[in-house]
Design a protein around this ligand. Sequence first.
Ligand code: CP
Ligand code: NVA
Length: 313
Amino acid sequence: MKGKDLLSIVDLNSEDISLLISRAVELKAEGWAHSLSEKVLALVFEKPSLRTRVSFEVAMRQLGGHTIHLSPAEVGLGKRESVPDVARVLSRYVDAIAVRTFSHETLEVLAQYADVPVINALSDLEHPCQALADLLTIYERKGELEGLTLAYVGDGNNVAHSLMLASALAGISFRIASPAGYQVRDDLLRLARGYAMERGAEILCTEDPRQAVHGADVVYTDVWTSMGQESESEKRRRAFAGYQINDELLSLAEEDAILMHPLPAHRGEEVAEGVLDSPQSVVFDQAENRMHLQKALLADMLGGLEMPFMKYE
Ligand code: CP
Ligand code: NVA
């Protein structure tokens, strides 16, 4: 990954993902060195964030580097200044840029004009850093990835896209249940099916949550209304009625199935009250793992990680 961008999870191949997970496991267990001393990461965020911002800031600090957070009002991305000019100017000051945008296209333009690596910290299309931390969490809990079945119930959104592609690359069979009109993008579904086939896994896209969850090792959901879609929230609540993760739906999964959610959650909507606080829920490990995984990613991208690797397979 040295010097490369991470805009989509498919900027990584199966081996890159395996290596990042191994490194994150090792960093989490063994500690880390100040390998990114004097490196600076800019965080350009058009939307709010708790986990992504804090996990990137702490990851850089623990590796000896620094961050500069730029809120929408400060940069005026595409308003005060054109996206290409922001990219060219930031490249003269910092070593990498993590960007949270409304439009994935903004991210692509920024990456095109930046001379330093650009990381997708969430766009309308993908959330690759979340998917990587999710795979790390599944690996920790299950001891493997290949051969597992993950059921995602809910909106075919940014989180679902990256998770579907990441699962396919890791050999996890991925089932997604979404109402008509809210399913994953066709082109990404086809792409995921291609990767899955190579790894002997399957991708199922259905409208039936019970079919998706039946016998699954991992049950996953995300909010029905993502940031920027607030005006649709009433319409979405109606469309997604019947897609809530509750005890009854969870009981169809494997007995030792884990429940995942990227957070923030809307308890009482996509998850019933109490379900995220049950012993099956691993949501806070997931949140913590954002930091460990991003530490491995940053060290790799910015060329500072020299340590023995453990392969997870
Ligand atoms: N999961 C996640 O990306 O959380 P934030 O929006 O708080 O960064
Ligand atoms: N799908 C959600 C994820 C937040 C981490 C959103 O885009 O708001």
